[in-house]
Structure formats: C-alpha cells, structure tokens
Design a protein around this ligand. Structure first.
Ligand SMILES: [Zn+2]
Length: 112
C-alpha cells in the first residue's frame, strides 16, 4: 500500500474500520496492438510529410475530451479501494469465470 487513502470502499461505499483490512484493486485497461494504425507501405517522403501534417492538424483540432478518450482507448489505469466483503465478491467472480472458461492461456504458459 502506498499513500494513505480514505477508507471508503469504491464498490459499496461503506466506511472500512481501522481494524479491518483495506484492499487496493489496480486495474489496467491496455489495448492489444491491432490494425488501428495503418503502417503498411510508407509513402514517398513528400507524401509522408503531407500525411504527418494532416495527422497533426487532425489531432490539434480534437477537443481535450476527444483527445483524452483517444488516449483512454489505448491505456487507462485505476486504483480502487475495496472493503473485505467486496474483495471477497471480486475474488469469487474471478474464480467462477476461471472455472467456467478455464485459466488464462498466459497463466498456463507461466506455470510450465
Ligand atoms: Zn465494499
């Protein structure tokens, strides 16, 4: 645990007493590399320059909100506080999904 935080559960909103364990849940939403950006066959230098200028102009024309949304689509990270009951719920949801759909293929790779 890093800096002290308010002891309010982000899931159910209840106060977490000093005698209870407070859990920090970190969530990273990371876009898998995909065909979002077309990097096929680079155009000739003059075309490349024009393409870059057009791209920069489009980005400058975006609102702060649109720019933030574009950024969030690639990567966003949250840190949530959970009470022991909500940690238990999250734990069971993950375990139940794993039981239904099997472990993550990457976990299998790591256990070999
Ligand atoms: Zn809670």
């Amino acid at each position: 645990m890093t800096a002290p935080r308010e002891r309010v559960c982000d899931q159910c909103g209840r106060w977490i007493d000093k005698g209870e364990i407070l859990y920090e849940m970190r969530i990273s939403l990371v876009a898998e590399p995909g065909p979002v950006i077309d990097l096929e066959l680079p155009p000739a230098d003059a075309d490349l320059r024009r393409e870059m200028e057009a791209l920069i102009a489009r980005m400058e024309a975006m609102s702060d909100e649109a720019r933030q949304e574009a950024s969030d689509q690639v990567f966003e990270e949250y840190s949530l506080v959970l009470c022991p009951d909500c940690r238990q719920l999250v734990h069971h949801q993950i375990k139940r999904r794993r039981a239904l759909f099997g472990p993550d293929p990457e976990d299998q790779e790591n256990s070999r």
